[in-house]
Every structure is written in C-alpha cells, then in structure tokens.
Write a protein that binds this ligand. Structure first.
Ligand SMILES: NC(=O)c1ccc[n+]([C@@H]2O[C@H](COP(=O)([O-])OP(=O)(O)OC[C@H]3O[C@@H](n4cnc5c(N)ncnc54)[C@H](O)[C@@H]3O)[C@@H](O)[C@H]2O)c1
Ligand SMILES: O=C(O)C(=O)C[C@]1(C(=O)O)C=C[C@@H](O)C=C1
Length: 362
C-alpha cells in the first residue's frame, strides 16, 4: 500500500486527496493541528485516515504533500528533517512560490527522503476543504522544480503518482517560476484587490457603484475574494519580484494616463489591439486555471424562449451541457450565453450545431 500524507487538507490539499483517494493501492492520510479539522476531513470522506500527530502522518509515508500557506512551509521542512522518514519517501509542496522552499530544502538533510517542489497552476478564489474538487487539476499545468541532485527515479515516482490529477507536468527552475508566476498570478491578484478597494471607497458615498457593477467588473475581480492569509504569505515571500512588477505596472498605467490626456485615439486603439491579440492567444480550452470546463459563448437575441430552444436542440442531439449562464442581458440588446461542458467532444458538437443559427465564440 502506498501511503500519501497530506499536511493541510484545504482547497489544494483536499483536491489532491480526492484525486488519490479510492485509487487501487493508495491510502491517503490527512494531517491538521486542529482536532476539529480532523473530524471534518473524515466526515467529508476526503481522506482515508486523519491525525493531529505530525509523526504519525509522516513516519510511514511514501509521499508527503505540504499544502499549508507558503509562510509555514519552511517550518514543516525543518520538522520533517528531524524525523526518521521512510527511505525513499518523497516530500513535495504545492506552494505558489518556489525559490525559498527549494533553497530551504536544499540546505536540509532528510534521512533517505527527497524533496521536489511543486505548484499546481490551478485554484479558486475559495479556500478550505469545502471547496476541494477531484477535478481541480484536470488539464491544468503542474510545475515541478526538481533540484539537479534529485534522482531521476524519485522524480519519475512523483510524476507517476501525479498522473491521478490528470494535470500536465512541467519542469521549471524555481527562480524563473517565481518571476513568471509573479507576473501571471501574483500581480493580477494585487490589481484585482486594489481595484475592488478603490471602487468600494467610491461606493461609500453612492451605493450605485455596487449595484451597477456588471460583467466587466466581476470578470476582472473574481480573484479579489481569495484567502487573505494565503495571499499575504505569497506576496511577502515573492517580495523582490512583486515590487519590480508593480513598478512596471505603474509605467503601464502612466502610459495610459498620457494617452488619455493627449486624446491619442489611435494609441488607445493600439493598446487594445495588442492586448486582445495576446489574450486571444491564451489556450482557452485548458481547464483548471480559470476555466473549469470547456466553454463557448453564444450571442442570442433577447426574446423569450431562446434558452429553451438552445437546450432542447443540444438535448435532442445528446450533447451533455454542464452549465448555462446569461452573462449579459439587456432589453432590446442581444445577450450572451455561456455554455459549459465537461467533455471537449460535447463542446465541439454544440459548436457545430449552434453556429448554423447563432454567432458562437470559443
Ligand atoms: N488557492 C489557490 O488557488 C492555490 C493554487 C495553487 C497553490 N496554492 C498554494 O496551496 C497552498 C494551500 O492553499 P489553499 O488555497 O489550499 O488554502 P486553504 O486555506 O484552502 O488550505 C490551507 C490549509 O493549511 C492549513 N493551515 C493554515 N494555516 C496553518 C498553519 N498556521 N499551520 C498549519 N496548517 C495551517 C489549513 O487548515 C488548511 O488545511 C498554499 O501554499 C498556496 O500558496 C493555492
Ligand atoms: O483561479 C484562481 O482563482 C486562482 O487564483 C488560481 C491561481 C492563479 O492565479 O491562476 C492562484 C494561485 C496559484 O498559485 C495558482 C493559480
């Protein structure tokens, strides 16, 4: 039996536990300092066994996943380095930053165990085991940062186990990881939070700000609801990278101020064209990072019954729709429906059927 110990069974730890639990030959053990959490893990059937004892969880483990906030990772590594771990045990983490944990692990001696840093590039703005899902990592990228001294066999064993997540593994140097993920994840979280707080201040004098906030504001600010402790730790840990990114951000905004002050219409158009070209080139069909499903967008006329027509048409061709959402609906103006599918084949079939009658975008 391969024993997998998960320290911190929250959104990410719980989702990993659900990817492994019930698979032949795997046993999942959850650890928390809090006895109340242990009961919750067991009640929700996320793990096979749970304990508040670090030793009990770690000593027999073949794999140890550290899924606690970034600010706690080094403490766990130091505690594990003091234990007689099972020979060949693989310790990994899921922290959103990789350089500091990699250098901490490299400076420690684990008795017969190997550390390989990890970061699944998938998540949600929700936290806790309640938000965990066995499908969270499906088709997402999962970064691993093995040290040059990591035996290939250890990397291969971890890679094989992670096949259960159905994520795509990618090896990245830890310092490069922090630079890139700082730009595509940490900076956007700061911008979302700053934007929401700016609008919240205006809203104090007029509640219409909140009432009128529509698709644009919601789309760019979803991640502003992310967990404060998790993000405090990430931003402080990646301080150097994040500060440089914020300086560059100030330059971008200063550029926009100039374009608007100078009423430079073509300049503004160029900014949107450049951004649209890059954004449209993002791999839309990839699940996990922001899109949890295969999605298409359908422009629909604003008349009663149109949603019924579409669902009936898809149903009669046995296309399984997992969700439908009206993302814009105003009187006399066409609306946009977001249709989500769990399977790519269903999305392709829906595209083929609906494009005969509607404008459909992927
Ligand atoms: N949220 C995301 O989108 C996301 C994505 C990828 C990686 N990560 C990383 O995954 C890790 C976990 O994040 P999450 O989103 O699952 O958060 P979470 O809050 O859902 O889970 C954190 C877990 O750590 C435990 N924990 C919290 N403080 C602790 C402490 N002081 N000591 C011991 N245990 C503690 C909590 O009980 C919980 O089980 C973080 O390192 C984060 O950077 C998060
Ligand atoms: O989709 C989200 O809500 C996320 O915040 C996921 C996200 C990201 O920024 O893309 C957040 C943190 C991670 O470390 C990895 C992924």
């Amino acid at each position: 039996m391969t024993r997998i110990a998960i320290f911190g069974v929250g959104l990410i730890g719980g989702s990993l536990a659900l990817s492994f639990k019930g698979k032949p030959g795997l046993q999942v053990v959850g650890h928390s300092n809090n006895p109340g959490s242990i009961e919750k893990y067991l009640k929700r059937e996320v793990v096979d066994y749970a304990t508040t004892s670090l030793e009990e969880a770690a000593l027999d483990a073949d794999f140890i996943f550290l899924c606690v906030p970034v600010g706690k990772l080094e403490e766990y590594l130091h505690r594990l380095a003091k234990l007689p771990l099972k020979p060949g045990c693989i310790i990994t983490d899921v922290g959103s930053t990789k350089a500091s944990v990699a250098s901490c692990a490299a400076a420690l001696q684990f008795s017969g165990a190997h550390f390989i840093g990890g970061h699944p590039m998938a998540g949600k703005e929700k936290s806790g085991v309640e938000a965990a899902s066995s499908r969270l990592f499906e088709n997402a990228f999962y970064v691993l940062t093995p040290d040059p001294s990591t035996p290939e066999a250890a990397y291969d064993r971890l890679a094989e186990l992670l096949q259960h997540t159905r994520a795509h593994l990618v090896k990245v140097d830890p310092v490069l990881h922090d630079e890139i993920v700082g730009a595509i994840s940490h900076l956007p979280h700061i911008i979302a939070v700053a934007l929401v707080n700016q609008i919240a201040r205006y809203n104090e004098s007029n509640e219409l700000y909140q009432i009128l906030a529509a698709g644009g504001f919601r789309d760019i600010t979803r991640i502003a609801s992310s967990d404060p402790i998790i993000w405090r730790d990430i931003l402080l840990n990646n301080k150097g990278v994040v500060l440089q990114l914020l300086k560059d951000w100030n330059k971008e905004i200063a550029g926009f101020i100039r374009l608007i002050e100078q009423e430079d219409g073509p300049g503004i158009e160029r900014e949107f064209q450049r951004a649209g070209a890059f954004r449209n080139g993002l791999p839309e069909r990839r699940k996990g990072v922001i899109h949890s499903f295969y999605e298409i967008y359908v422009d629909v006329p604003d008349h009663p019954g149109v949603i019924g027509q579409i669902t009936t048409q898809l149903g009669s061709h046995r296309v399984n729709l997992s969700n439908i959402q009206i993302i814009e609906s105003r009187e006399d103006v066409p609306g946009v429906l977001r249709l989500s599918f769990r399977e790519e084949a269903d999305m392709d079939k829906a595209l083929e059927l609906l494009k005969k009658d509607y404008a459909v975008h992927v």
